[in-house]
Design a protein around this ligand. Structure first.
Ligand SMILES: Cc1ncc(COP(=O)(O)O)c(C=O)c1O
Length: 379
């Protein structure tokens, strides 16, 4: 089935009782039982809720996976994965990764006895492969990475992880299931900050996991209930509404990503542009192979000092200076001060997150208007 059709039908066709074409919002905490233990499939909304069920099914379908689960945030979804492990287990992750994920690894999960090696992934993931030990149980990657937009070879990393008895988890937030399905390349777990493209309207915080393995799903479902980081029914409804237009939104994000990266790449005030859609990007060929587009995330280095960067950002009208990404509105941010401030300065410098480094999340506005706004602020 084509994505445009899948996005409209995934997870829910109609309500059996009323014919409602969208899942009703079951804003309830508990469900009456006919007799103790005799219920209609729902007992308590932390365990399961009828608005959450179709959303989880939709996530699974979009990721070509057997099972989907949603959580109260992307980080809660990641934490559920970490809680499948036990003290002493080792996790290898790319060091170029959302700052909040690195903070969860190093400042929270490490206190529970998990050990982490965050390492430069290198071209086809050789860095990750070299860091694996007999104790490595999980490899965690983003592709493209946040914020440097490195493209990792998911098949190669999956193969190496499996050869050492580890699972591969891929944070697929930057592309959404519309542009990449890591399970097709051997990943065991796909994670999303649903907050971003899947919801797409900057009005919900949510996370999701998609897996094929039944036992892993049962464990994660147990943790979803046992840890209790579940989203509200109304948020599940909103995300389902967002999913219905996922294909259309992503097509426009992708068009804008290509247009803006091309424009910035030729601007004399721009030192360099990072966008996997540019043939000059080192991961371009790999992106063509494992992605169905390049998406709406791009980064660039502006010529000038921090004062000039601040002035440029404040002169923009259409781009909002804000953290997050994947919404209908274009956002621009300064990773060193904003999203990646929790990464130690020295490490930021090594990664290339410098004072003149800027990240854009292209919205779905017309590219000409966005370019005109950039042109004016750069001028
Ligand atoms: C790539 C990536 N993964 C995970 C997260 C965390 O998701 P959330 O903010 O929904 O907890 C983010 C948030 O920015 C992200 O960009």
């Amino acid at each position: 089935m084509n994505l445009e059709t899948l996005a409209v039908h995934a997870g829910f066709e109609q309500d059996a009782a009323t014919g409602a074409v969208m899942p009703p919002i079951y804003q309830v905490s508990t469900f009456a039982q006919r007799a103790p233990g005799e219920h209609l499939g729902y007992e308590y909304s932390r365990s399961d809720n009828p608005t959450r069920t179709p959303l989880q099914a939709a996530i699974a379908e979009l990721e070509h996976a057997k099972h989907g689960l949603v959580f109260s945030s992307g980080l809660a979804a990641i934490d559920a994965v970490l809680n499948t492990l036990k003290a002493g287990d080792h996790i290898v992750a790319c060091d170029d990764l959302y700052g909040g994920t690195a903070r969860l690894f190093n400042q929270v999960a490490a206190n529970r006895g998990l050990t982490f090696t965050l390492t430069p992934p290198l071209k086809a993931g050789e860095g990750l492969i070299a860091a694996m030990t007999p104790n490595t149980k999980l490899v965690w990657i983003e592709s493209p990475t946040n914020p440097m937009l490195n493209v990792l070879d998911i098949s190669a990393v999956a193969e190496a992880a499996h050869a050492r008895g580890a699972l591969l988890a891929v944070d697929n937030t930057f592309l959404s299931p519309a542009l990449q399905n890591p399970i097709s390349f051997g990943a065991d777990i796909v994670m999303h900050s649903v907050t971003k493209y899947i919801n797409g309207h900057s009005d919900v915080i949510m996370g999701a996991l998609a897996v094929n393995d039944d036992a892993l799903y049962e464990r994660l479902k147990f943790l979803q209930n046992a840890m209790g980081a579940v989203p509200s029914p109304i948020d599940c409804f909103l995300v389902m509404r967002g999913i219905r237009t996922l294909a259309l939104r992503i097509a426009q994000h992708d068009r804008n990503g290509r247009a803006l990266s091309g424009y910035l790449a030729q601007h004399p005030k721009v030192e360099a542009v990072i966008y996997p859609g540019l043939v000059s990007h080192p991961g371009h060929a790999l992106a063509v192979k494992q992605q169905r587009g390049f998406g709406g995330m791009l980064c660039f280095y502006l010529r000038g000092d921090l004062e000039a960067i601040r002035k440029f950002l404040s002169n923009l009208h259409l781009f909002k200076i804000a953290e997050s990404l994947g919404g209908v509105e274009s956002l621009i941010e300064h990773p060193a001060i904003m999203t990646h401030a929790s990464v130690p300065e020295e490490r930021r410098r090594q990664l290339g997150i410098l004072d003149n480094f800027i990240r854009i999340s292209c919205g779905i506005e017309h590219a000409d208007d966005l370019i005109a706004d950039l042109e004016r602020a750069l001028g």
